[in-house]
Design a binder for this molecule. Sequence first.
Ligand SMILES: Cc1cc2nc3c(=O)[nH]c(=O)nc-3n(C[C@H](O)[C@H](O)[C@H](O)COP(=O)(O)OP(=O)(O)OC[C@H]3O[C@@H](n4cnc5c(N)ncnc54)[C@H](O)[C@@H]3O)c2cc1C
Length: 435
Amino acid sequence: MAHHDDLTTDVLVVGAGASGLPAAIAAARAGAKVTLIEEDPVIGGAPSDYYVCLFYGAPITGVLKELEDLLKAKYSPVPGAQFFLPSGFQRAWAELLSREPNIQLITGARATDVRIEDRKGKSSVTGISVEVMPGRHFAIDSKVTIDCTGSGIVSIMAGCTAMYGRDAKADFGEPNAPEKSDDRVQAVTWMYFIQKLPGAKPLPAGRKVGVSVNTGIRPRGHLGPWPSEEAESAPDPGLYLQWGCAVRCRDTRDPVELSRAHQEAYKAMEGDHALLRENGYMIYLAPRIGVREASRILGEHVITENDITHSVFPDDTIAVADYGFDDWRPHRVSEECGNVDEFGAATARYGIPYRALIPQGVDGILVAGKCMSGTHIAQSSFRVMPIVASAGQAAGVAAALSAKYNLQPRALDPEEIRALLRTQPQHLQLSFDEA
Ligand SMILES: Cc1cc2nc3c(=O)[nH]c(=O)nc-3n(C[C@H](O)[C@H](O)[C@H](O)COP(=O)(O)OP(=O)(O)OC[C@H]3O[C@@H](n4cnc5c(N)ncnc54)[C@H](O)[C@@H]3O)c2cc1C
């Protein structure tokens, strides 16, 4: 068996998902030697793990735009598909990574511990410990580490402050926050593909598949032309992406509670799956139930509902975001499995400040993705793939600059990060019409 010596790198990215892959590519293009580790045996993050296979939110820019172009050009099963397959995401990301000689990718490698040094009285992350199989570890030393795990686990191991659940109204002055904070997070959802085989029967008229979002068997993302209303009740043979079953998980950080959620979802889907099978559909469940929200890491700035509704665009904006509040309130979900409850508040474009990527009190680390610094309400907006990918790209550029100048990420001039991002090119204007 190959022996892994301890590694040294400029920029270490943990998590090869929606934010981590752009982070690694951007850092490499900015001149850094990059190591990208992923605990799964394959890359991709949410598309591989949860079958999140289409982009919501805007703008699709920078590295993600390159990915989307590749998906459309080479890895789309049919022209004009509304969604892509997990394997398409994996192939397209792999192709982008293969063009970057400065990136070393290690899959099947889980960050299990963080190396910390005390520098001038402040904790500074200097690398991580990686487990590649039970009991088999090696170390990766890095000038800067980017936590793109979705759970913030690297930051938490480094001693950063984590936030979990709903914030109280008084915490950040958010109009839609509850009076008291609690530990409720957005629902977990088990997505799946269904394939209607030739010769299969249409579903009985009026019989909705109850656990699917809104309208049951609605063929979201038909691989081919968008189906007509008629086709919705008797969809053509083909593959359909289902939002599946949403259930409440009491604690998305706890494997015991996640296992419970899996069991509950299996049960809730039983009737629908039987109906689908009886009528000639194949069902392909995602490898695991999708976690929208786990811990969020307290940063130099906490993005709030107010930042979003007031379209705040700070000077240190490193990513543009455009997506509404999409809260998947758990208290509504339990009875009406799959029901989405949005605030209905008008939302606007807003800027993700660089400060939301810098954890308070700990050096040598940046955080990007759904666990970056924001409230529960704000996270329900910024968690979608286009937005976290832009934030990831920015974190990559910042980490590369930090390594180059031997400066802590918090000491960088955000204007320099923005300037480099524009060359990559990442869209940084509030208006999508401007260059
Ligand atoms: C059910 C559901 C539906 C969604 N629908 C949409 C949609 O339609 N469109 C959209 O744009 N967004 C959607 N989202 C949101 C979006 O998918 C996520 O918010 C986004 O992928 C978050 O990106 P990330 O990089 O933070 O995390 P991820 O994409 O989840 O990537 C994190 C990666 O880190 C790895 N990792 C974790 N811990 C470690 C460790 N210790 N060591 C090494 N690797 C580690 C994980 O294996 C994973 O690959 C949906 C999410 C869910 C759950």
